[in-house]
Write a protein of this length. Structure first.
Length: 337
């Protein structure tokens, strides 16, 4: 059930959601789709998403009599009591995203639960309802966000070029595709399908699907375990280095993170193999006991702190080193039909 949180619970939730650019909207909508149990998610943007963003999922949908509630501030189905804040298992819980998005755009939602015969279509402009009707549609939810910041021109100016905004969105959707290999995720920009992951849980296939254009030779698999750390991933042959770290993507316990500690381990592993200013490609998935880690550093949750940083750096260095020495590069996987 979607309900508005009591004030004393709402007050305990840190800092409000800020919608500052298309990326923020795509992130919130995709996280909602994942929380809704979707198996398939399609993200479409036009011109960087400034005038058009659409996210479609096949998740649980919203019941007709709860659609308006979902757009109220602090309305959520994910938590009820202050105590729930201690054990959050969903990506969202603040109940602010839909309200914040609707306040700064023309938002349309089409949604249907599995139990209902007809779905609901609602158009909200700057927080007031412009249209509502019953509609035939498949189970799941589609949200279209048009004319971002049409009513707050000052914020419109802070957005980057269309190309800048689209690359931020595409980067996010690429990363989330790797974090959730069991979901089928499609990315469409200006009418072109950029990628569509198979959703079969195969990370390597997902990496090739999402990044193949930019990956050269086969990647080298990494697999290692020590103490409370477990590492899986793929790294490049030294011959395939890049001029930036953009293709070093790290997941810690399923979350995309920025980590100097991991970067350092990678650099040390390749120290005698690459020139200064060249960086290997690395997709690393690290699992660590949650109590060895603090994720509560920054509201965007991309920053983390390991309790024993040197141990992690050394573990990464050693594991990558071993993989490099074994040099067992895997050949390009051909789609099996
Ligand atoms: P939160 O995700 O923090 O709960 P949101 O404002 O993002 O808050 O969403 C409000 C509520 O609307 C959610 O708790 C959920 O019940 C419902 N909702 C939002 N998006 C979807 C979706 N794609 N599918 C099903 N329900 C959704
Ligand atoms: Mg949400």
């Amino acid at each position: 059930m979607i309900h508005v949180l009591e004030k004393e619970v709402a007050d305990k939730i840190a800092a409000g959601e800020v919608i500052e650019r298309p990326l923020s909207i795509v992130k919130e909508l995709v996280e909602n789709s994942i929380d809704a149990g979707a198996r398939s998610i399609t993200v479409e943007i036009k011109k960087g998403g400034k005038n058009y963003i659409r996210v479609t999922d096949d998740g649980c949908g919203i019941k007709s009599d709860e659609v308006e509630i979902a757009f109220l501030r602090h309305a959520t189905s994910k938590i009820s009591r202050a105590k729930d804040l201690e054990s959050i298992e969903t990506l969202g819980f603040r109940g602010e995203a839909l309200a914040s998005i609707a306040a700064v755009s023309r938002t349309e939602i089409i949604t249907k639960t599995a139990e209902e015969k007809a779905g609901t279509r609602l158009v909200i402009e700057g927080s007031s309802i412009a249209e509502r009707e019953a509609t035939g549609c498949p189970g799941g939810t589609t949200i279209v966000v048009r004319d971002l910041f049409y009513n707050t021109p000052a914020r419109r100016k802070f957005m980057k070029s269309d190309a800048g905004e689209s690359s931020a969105v595409i980067e996010f959707v690429s990363q989330i595709s790797l974090a959730y290999p069991h979901l089928r995720i499609r990315m469409i920009s200006n009418g072109n399908m950029l990628f569509s992951t198979p959703g079969k849980g195969d990370r390597y296939k997902n990496i090739l699907t999402v990044f193949s254009r930019e990956l050269g030779d086969g990647l080298i698999p990494v697999q290692a375990e020590e103490g409370n750390l477990r590492l899986e991933g793929y790294i490049s042959n030294p011959g395939e280095s890049r001029a930036t770290r953009k293709q070093q993507i790290f997941f810690v316990n399923g979350r995309v993170v920025d980590s100097k500690v991991i970067q350092k381990g990678i650099s040390q592993a390749y120290a005698d193999k690459l020139f200064e200013g060249r960086f290997p490609i690395a997709f690393l998935f690290l699992a660590i006991r949650p109590d060895s880690l603090d994720v509560n550093i920054h509201p965007n949750k991309r920053e983390i702190r390991f309790n024993d940083e040197d141990f992690v750096t050394e573990f990464i260095r050693k594991s990558l080193r071993e993989a490099l020495l074994s040099k067992e590069s895997i050949p390009e996987v051909k789609e099996k039909m």
